[in-house]
Design a protein around this ligand. Structure first.
Ligand SMILES: [Zn+2]
Length: 86
């Protein structure tokens, strides 16, 4: 078997699925691997529990967010509208 160098994490997919799809997978997985800043305590300790569910390992603050990142542009627009209407 020919050994292949892994250039990036989506290298495991090889040449399949098309570049645009692989780029999107790459972006999504990068969001999962990284720790995010907690909106409650400010520590960089937020990890994903499940799809859209995020929790801070420092203060146990659990909140909902986007599927692959704690917040999305669409989510922020929704938050703004909720704040305005209440
Ligand atoms: Zn926290």
């Amino acid at each position: 078997m020919v050994r292949r160098k892994r250039v990036n994490p989506v290298g495991r997919l090889g040449v399949r699925y098309g570049k645009r799809v692989r780029d999107r997978i790459s972006a999504a997985e990068a969001g999962l691997r990284r720790k995010h800043t907690c909106q409650n305590c400010g520590f960089n300790a937020v990890t994903r529990v499940s799809v859209g569910i995020w929790t801070c390992r420092k203060c146990d603050f659990t909140f909902t967010g986007a599927a692959y990142s704690p917040s999305s542009e669409l989510g922020e627009v929704a938050q703004r509208n909720i704040r305005r209407s209440t």
